[in-house]
Design a protein around this ligand. Structure first.
Ligand SMILES: [Zn+2]
Ligand SMILES: [Zn+2]
Length: 382
C-alpha cells in the first residue's frame, strides 16, 4: 500500500478536474477501471495497484461528505477517521462497485465472488388468466384461483435424496454450483453443468420427485383484484410463483385480467358509454327516464329538445382508476327510437302532427326539403 506521503491526488488518479460533476467522476472511474481491470491485465501487479487506487479515489469522490473533507484537508483529513477504505482485496471492489456498471459478469458478480445470489436461484414466474365481469372490475373483488406450481417435495423436504441418505457435494464445482470460464478478458460465470447449480449430487434419489426436490401441486390462492382493472392488465402477486432453490426467493405469479364486455356499458379507458333509447316525444318534450349505472339504476332528466346521439355526461360515475386516480364518467348517449309499429291512436296523433309540421316547416328544414326537391326533380328541370 502506498504511504500517505506518496499517495496521489484522487482527482489526478481519475483524471478529472477538482470541480468535476458526480456523473463525470463516475464516467472517469469507469474508464480507468476498465483500462486497468485485472481481467484485462492478468498477472500485472501495477495494473492491479492502479485498479485499487482508482476504486479508493472513486469511493471518496463519489461520496459528497468524504469529497468535501478531502477537498478541505486532503488525504490527512480522511486518514484515521474510518473515512476511507483502502481496498486490499479485489473482491471488495467487485462487490462494492460491480453493480454500478451493470455488467456483473465482467466484474465477477452474480454469486461466486460477491455472494449476492448465493447458489440459489429464484423460482420461475407463473402466469395465469382470470375473467371478470365489468361490474366485478368496477368494484374490485377477491378471486379464488387454482394453479399448478412446483413446490418443495414434501417427501424429501426438497433435498431430492431418498430418506436416510444425504446428497454428496458436487465434485465438479466443489459445491459452489457455479463454474468460472475465461473467454479473453471476460470472466464468465455459469451454472455448474455437473449439479445444475445446486452444488450437490444425489445418488439415492427420492422416489416421489425423482431427485428434483420439487413436485407439481395444484394450489388454491385468493387474489385481491383492485377496482378499475381492465383487459390486458397484469397483477403481480409476489412470491406466489414456483419455489426458489437454495434459499432464493420464490418466483412471482402474474395474473392477466380479462374483462368481459357488458351488454349495456361500453368501456373506453375509465369512461363508460351507455346507449339509452328514448321516443321522439321524450326527446322533444323532455322526460325523466331510468338509466342503468354501476350501482344499479338512477333517474336521469332528458331536457326538452334533446337531439338524437346527444351525450349527457354524468361526471365521476365511470370506472375507478386502479392506480388511485380519479373516476371516469358515465356518458349516456341518447338514441331516438322510431317505432316500427304504431297503435291506431299513435298513428292518428302522428298524422295530425305531420300535417302541422309540414304546414310550418322551419327555415332550416326548408333548405333541406328544397334540396331534396331539386334532387328528386333531377338535373333536366334546372
Ligand atoms: Zn422428493
Ligand atoms: Zn456442481
Amino acid at each position: 500500500m502506498p504511504t500517505m506521503a506518496s499517495k496521489r491526488d484522487y482527482y489526478e488518479v481519475l483524471g478529472v478536474a477538482k470541480d468535476a460533476a458526480a456523473d463525470d467522476i463516475k464516467k472517469a472511474y469507469r474508464k480507468q477501471a476498465m483500462a486497468c481491470h485485472p481481467d484485462r491485465n492478468p498477472g500485472d501487479q501495477e495494473a492491479e495497484q492502479r485498479f485499487k487506487e482508482c476504486a479508493e479515489a472513486f469511493e471518496v469522490l463519489s461520496d459528497d461528505n468524504k469529497r468535501s473533507v478531502y477537498d478541505r484537508h486532503g488525504h490527512a483529513g480522511l486518514n484515521g477517521r474510518g473515512g476511507v477504505h483502502e481496498f486490499n482485496d479485489l473482491g471488495d471492489i467487485f462487490e462494492q462497485f460491480g453493480e454500478m456498471f451493470g455488467f456483473g459478469d465482467i466484474f465477477g458478480g452474480g454469486g461466486g465472488r460477491g455472494g449476492r445470489g448465493g447458489r440459489g436461484r429464484k423460482g420461475a414466474s407463473l402466469k395465469t388468466q382470470i375473467t371478470l365481469t365489468l361490474l366485478e372490475a368496477a368494484k374490485g373483488c377477491t378471486r379464488e384461483i387454482e394453479i399448478d406450481r412446483e413446490e418443495t417435495c414434501k417427501t424429501c423436504t426438497g433435498t431430492g435424496a431418498k430418506a436416510g441418505s444425504t446428497p454428496d457435494t458436487c465434485s465438479y464445482c466443489g459445491g459452489r454450483g457455479q463454474v468460472v470460464q475465461s473467454q479473453g478478458f471476460f470472466r464468465v460465470q455459469t451454472t455448474c453443468p455437473g449439479c445444475r447449480g445446486s452444488g450437490k449430487v444425489i445418488r439415492d434419489k427420492c422416489a416421489k420427485c425423482r431427485g428434483s426436490g420439487r413436485e407439481s401441486k395444484p394450489v388454491k390462492l385468493s387474489v385481491n383484484i383492485p377496482a378499475g382493472v381492465d383487459t390486458g392488465m397484469q397483477l403481480c402477486v409476489r412470491g406466489e410463483g414456483e419455489v426458489g432453490s437454495g434459499g432464493a426467493p420464490n418466483g412471482d405469479l402474474f395474473v392477466e385480467i380479462q374483462v368481459k364486455p357488458h351488454p349495456l356499458f361500453q368501456r373506453e379507458g375509465l369512461h363508460l358509454t351507455c346507449h339509452v333509447p328514448i321516443t321522439y316525444s321524450q326527446a322533444a318534450l323532455g322526460a325523466e327516464i331510468e338509466i342503468p349505472n354501476l350501482d344499479g339504476k338512477q333517474m336521469l332528466t332528458i331536457p326538452p329538445g334533446t337531439q338524437p346521439g346527444e351525450v349527457i355526461r354524468l361526471k365521476r360515475q365511470g370506472m375507478p382508476d386502479p392506480q388511485g386516480g380519479g373516476r371516469g364518467d358515465l356518458r349516456v348517449q341518447v338514441i331516438v327510437d322510431v317505432p316500427r309499429k304504431l297503435t291506431p291512436k299513435q298513428e292518428t296523433l302522428l298524422r295530425e302532427l305531420a300535417e302541422i309540421e309540414h304546414g310550418n316547416v322551419t327555415p332550416q328544414r326548408k333548405t333541406f326539403f328544397d334540396k331534396l326537391k331539386t334532387f328528386f326533380a333531377g338535373p333536366e328541370d334546372e
